[in-house]
Design a protein. Structure first.
Lengths: 357, 468
């Protein structure tokens, strides 16, 4: 028996998180980057071995393979639900990037993005020219609608649709960023702080139209406090989704990775879609589309490679609509569908249910 | 014994460049980070540092890589997805890790000849699904089937949950194309059930753990899929009761497709992962199942339930749907990794005894756990006597690690004494080599070394393991 690796720790990772993995390899087939390369080094198990190596000093923190793999990982967390040992890979990745991308080491392209959402005032300004949802809702408010930072700029109709589906939702105007962008990109503490601040700004249950935000908020504020939109709607019998006027649409769905893998939300959106059309499960539905937060900006070529399989399946299934549950996926799939000149319309689940076609 | 090899480690030895000429520069890795991720497989505490990792795409490339390695006397460790549990794919002597996952073409699934032909990097589940689509069955279903490759399954002679009724991987290997350590390509067997032209080298290669040749194509036997299947669960106060129920079932003349058990420690860990409503207060769970036509399934399920009741089953449940049955079996497959929820280090063995002695062995393991003050979770393929006693412990507790190894030494000795084996399906690898001689004696070991030398005269293939 060879002696176990050195046990000194550099304190980059929480020991209980890092020790959980027993290297069984059950995660390999679930990992999109392992599918692309077929190399252990780009698998969750391989990356955890890299994390362990930098934790014990066996490899330098800035070893080129370590740096590459920390960034090549999509952070989709598809490895988590298939892990019998219960490894919290997403939390490990946050700690990894917190070490690698902190302050001066952060990729240049990320800096303006993080700056933009770091202060509520700037986030609010981004939304000013666009008509995102507004309104006081029910008083006293038992639930608030969270406005995504980039969603309010890129897809303001999503929050309006959400509020159409549940007019009692309150939409506080001064709300800032949930901090997911920070937490996933090397600013873990600031990310958690922003989540707590948002928790104070939004009364009652926080309802979000963004899977990525919902998982981060839930990890900081607790899952009881936060509901992804489909979870919220599915839990309310009073909600009557709009009935389709036209012939039954063939509708596919792209899971939000963090809603599915982080919060376990995947049944709800499918059941809701089935109330307005014919739901078609694509075999890529649960796999990351390659948007992956800032990934599409940082690694556009890898992002496009990850997306390809999804576009192939959408084309093959000849869908009328592909529903999404996260602004990043929205942009990624909308652009991909346009590039391929497919007839499929990409809509947020909220828009689809609210009858916005 | 072949001399222990050590690859030239100095940079500039040109090994990687030479290999890049064969497989292309995108398919050789020698950066320290990548090497580190190929230093281990799924075996705890075992590691070895490779000098480079090569990903060939064709038989010809494998042959060229082996020729280079043989000329330079560099160790080569063939590997698939790295789910090995006996340290068999750990490069203890450095050298080249030869990863075969790029060779992943499923070439044929033939309903006419009832065979599948595939490259070694095809995953077990992919073949199982392709066969099922044609209403055929590839029975070996190791716990790691979603990740593990068929090349690895054949090299290790994997078992699984259906072994009692359908046998293990060796029963389904009809033919092999393999590259010898010296670079020659051979083919053994073929698409035939009957073929006695020569030594049965397919069977020899099956379970050879990468020490004799590198398999590059497999011809595997398929059988018609059963029309239906049924799965039931029985809870007991104690694992020994469940073991006696197993003996009673088998003595009653039934050959079930599934007879799996888990003790209380394992039930708790599995339920924590799978959330399928297992009763975590029970001392043991026996999963029993049958396949075939509906009428005989129904009859057998009743008889198995009766056998369980006769041995004191506290609760019985028949799965109401195939989905429920699949959940239970899937959860059972996840038993080992689930156990790591209890402590970060899980040391697992797979001692196997004749099925008539399973209750006795279970009680012996419980005694060993008490004597060495260890937490041992036991699960396994009760019907074929294949047990997986698993010690869960804190790796920092060096004394507990030592006690665990002592405990396994006693369990192995007991298994051999009972007419059993040190490994039912995980392979000898590095971990159990020292127990081999105790089981087989020196003459057998000497013959193994002569066979190894005939295939691999310079001892480059997976050195330090079988035949070394």
């Amino acid at each position: 028996m060879t002696p176990p690796p050195p046990t000194e720790r550099r304190g980059i990772f929480t020991p209980e998180l890092l020790d959980r993995c027993i290297s069984c390899g059950f995660c390999l087939p679930a990992c999109p980057t392992y599918s692309l390369t077929g190399e252990e080094t780009s698998s969750p198990r391989g990356r955890i071995n890299l994390m362990r190596a930098i934790e014990t000093g066996q490899l330098a923190v800035d070893d080129p393979t370590v740096v590459e793999e920390s960034s090549f990982c999509l952070g989709c967390r598809a490895c988590e639900p298939v892990c019998p040992a219960g490894v919290q890979y997403g939390a490990l990745l946050e700690e990894w990037r917190d070490e690698l991308w902190h302050e001066g080491r952060r990729p240049l392209k990320l800096r303006p993005l993080l700056w933009a959402v770091d202060a509520p005032a700037r986030v609010r300004l981004m939304g000013v020219p666009r008509r995102h949802a507004k309104g006081a809702g029910e008083r006293p408010a038992s639930a608030s609608l969270m406005l995504g930072c980039f969603e309010r700029v890129l897809y303001p109709r999503v929050s309006r649709s959400a509020r159409k589906l549940d007019p009692k939702l309150r939409v506080p105007s001064g709300q800032g960023c949930c901090g997911a962008l920070h937490a996933h990109n090397g600013e873990l503490e600031r990310g958690n702080e922003l989540a707590r601040e948002l928790g104070e700004a939004l009364p009652g249950t926080i309802v979000t139209t963004s899977g990525g935000c919902s998982a981060h908020l839930a990890s900081v504020l607790g899952p009881e406090r936060v509901k992804e939109l489909s979870q919220w709607l599915a839990g309310r019998s009073s909600t009557e989704p709009a009935k389709p006027a036209e012939a039954r649409l063939r509708i596919g769905f792209q899971d939000s990775c963090h809603a599915r893998n982080g919060l376990g939300v995947w049944k709800e959106p499918r059941e809701l879609i089935a109330t307005v059309g014919e739901y078609v499960e694509l075999s890529s539905a649960a796999a990351c589309c390659g948007a992956a937060g800032t990934y599409a900006i940082l690694r556009p070529e890898d992002s496009a490679r990850v997306l390809d399989r999804h576009l192939d399946e959408i084309a093959e299934a000849d869908l009328d609509v592909l529903a999404v549950a996260n602004p990043g996926c929205y942009r990624q799939l909308q652009q991909g569908v346009k590039r391929r000149k497919l007839r499929t319309r990409v809509l947020h689940l909220a828009e689809l249910l609210a009858g916005e076609r | 014994m072949s001399p222990l090899l050590r690859a030239p480690r100095a940079p500039g030895s040109g090994l990687s460049r030479r290999l890049e000429e064969i497989v292309g520069s995108d398919h050789v890795r020698d950066d320290p980070g990548a090497l580190l991720t190929f230093a281990t497989d799924a075996t705890p505490l075992e590691r070895g540092d490779p000098d480079c990792v090569v990903f060939p795409a064709t038989t010809e490339e494998v042959a060229e890589v082996l020729k280079v390695a043989n000329e330079r006397r560099i160790p080569v460790v063939p590997r698939g997805s790295g789910t090995n549990l006996s340290g068999g794919t750990v490069p203890h002597h450095g050298g080249i890790v030869l990863v075969l996952t790029r060779m992943n073409e499923l070439k044929e699934v033939s309903s006419d000849d009832l065979v599948a032909v595939c490259e070694p990097g095809v995953r077990t589940i992919e073949l199982a699904q392709a066969a099922a689509a044609k209403r055929l069955l590839f029975p070996p279903d190791p716990g790691s089937q979603t990740t593990a490759t068929l090349g690895g399954n054949v090299a290790e002679c994997s078992g699984g949950l259906r072994a009692l009724k359908y046998g293990i991987t060796r029963d389904y290997v009809l033919g092999v194309e393999a590259v010898l350590a010296t670079g020659e390509v051979i083919r053994t067997g073929g698409r035939l059930v009957k073929d006695v032209a020569g030594y049965d080298l397919s069977r020899l290669l099956c379970g050879s753990e990468g020490t004799l040749a590198v398999m590059t194509e497999l011809t595997l036997r398929l059988i018609p899929a059963a029309e239906a299947s049924g799965t039931g669960m029985a809870y007991f106060d104690d694992l020994a009761d469940a073991a006696r129920a197993v003996s009673r079932v088998l003595a009653s003349g039934i050959l079930p497709v599934t007879l799996e058990f888990l003790d209380q420690v394992c039930i708790g860990a599995v339920e924590d992962y799978a959330h399928i409503g297992l009763d975590t207060s029970a001392g043991a769970l026996l999963i029993f199942g049958q396949d075939g036509d509906q009428q005989s399934i129904d009859a057998d399920m009743v008889r198995m339930a009766e056998a369980c009741e006769a041995e004191g089953a506290t609760q019985l449940r028949i799965a109401g749907s195939p989905a429920e049955a699949a959940d239970v079996l899937e959860a059972r497959r996840a038993a080992l990794p689930s156990l790591s929820r209890l402590e970060p280090l899980t040391l697992l063995e797979d001692a196997t005894v004749p099925r008539s002695r399973i209750a006795e062995m279970v009680e012996y393991i419980q005694g060993v756990a008490r004597r060495h003050e260890l937490k041992i979770g036991t699960f396994g393929h009760a019907g074929d006597g294949n047990l997986h006693p698993t010690v869960v412990l804190d790796p920092a507790d060096a004394d507990a690690v030592r006690r665990a190894h002592d405990a396994f030494a006693e369990i192995f000795a007991k298994a051999i004494e009972m007419g059993g084996t040190i490994t039912g399906e995980h392979g000898v690898g590095m971990v159990k080599l020292k127990y081999m001689e105790r089981q087989h004696g020196p003459e057998y070991m000497a013959l193994l070394r002569r066979i190894k030398a005939a295939f691999d005269p310079n001892g480059i293939l997976n050195p330090g393991k079988l035949g070394s």
